[in-house]
Design a protein around this ligand. Sequence first.
Ligand SMILES: Cc1ncc(COP(=O)(O)O)c(C=O)c1O
Length: 332
Amino acid sequence: MIPKNIYKDTLDEISNQIAKYPDSNSNRLKKTLCSYFKGKLEPENMIVTNGSMELISLFADTFIQKNNKVVIYQPSFSEYYWAVNKRNGRVINIFRDPLKEFQLNLNELEKSLSYNPQCVFISNPNNPNGSLDDINIIEKFISLAEEENILIFLDEAFIDFTGETNSIITKARKYNNLLVARSFTKFFGIPGLRIGYGGANSEIIELLKKFQIPWSVNCFAQNLAEKLIKSNDFINKSINFFQNEREYVVKKLSNIKNLKLYSSDTNFLLINTEKTHLDSQFLLNELIKHDILIRNCSNYEGLDKYYIRIAIKSRNHNNKLINILESLIKQS
Ligand SMILES: Cc1ncc(COP(=O)(O)O)c(C=O)c1O
């Protein structure tokens, strides 16, 4: 949970700003982000957006034309499809293999080049499985794609849970074909605020900006994001918290027979329940009776009715979920 005083301080500070338009270039936030990235990015390499969703949309508006081929590594965030579809692009799905823990290898990445697409969407860590792909492999792929003028949208909305060493954003400016997307939504737990940002070389940033609606990021979001990115202590504690709780939940759930857990580096876990014969809709209906909301993952491309995604929360909440799940499976 974000410290409450951050909200209050932000409200106090913006109370005399809302009579004006917000900074349409988010200059102060960009500078703060540049310091956070230890000067390895310049403001000209960044764009601040209304959630990383706005960046997905801008990327599509800027680079995808009718009938362009676009590869999406699936299962993944469904809004990549939305973005390609609104531009009348042609989606080519390449599937991550559950038998390989949904991990990407260079062969699978190189497969996308053979379609000669306009661009490729990859999420790392990927939603819904949550595990990190090897960044060396991803970088190698970006270089290969650069040689063929293929653009890469690398979605790092969940990377903050793993620490900055796994991010490629500070290297984004050296590529001609890479946009790295980041979000405040996930790690800071603020989906309602709508703020995200992207890193790329300055030419790509300038092209994206042409499609951005002026003032799309409000002053509360800019101001709060600045405070959050400076709160090192909170960031480090949160990373540790999620790591410990995730390990605890994995340990407990591994003792429950017939559940297949996929490894995760984030605040959620993907589980296959096929061997329990309980499907995701049944589990969702049962758990919601106890005020627990899980994600029925059956509508992800490449997953079926036996996949659920659970969120890592406080110890009490985690125990409640583990106990109810266990008793439902025992009764089945
Ligand atoms: C992988 C991924 N990227 C981006 C987003 C969009 O996040 P936001 O627009 O809130 O930053 C989501 C939301 O669920 C997501 O799962």
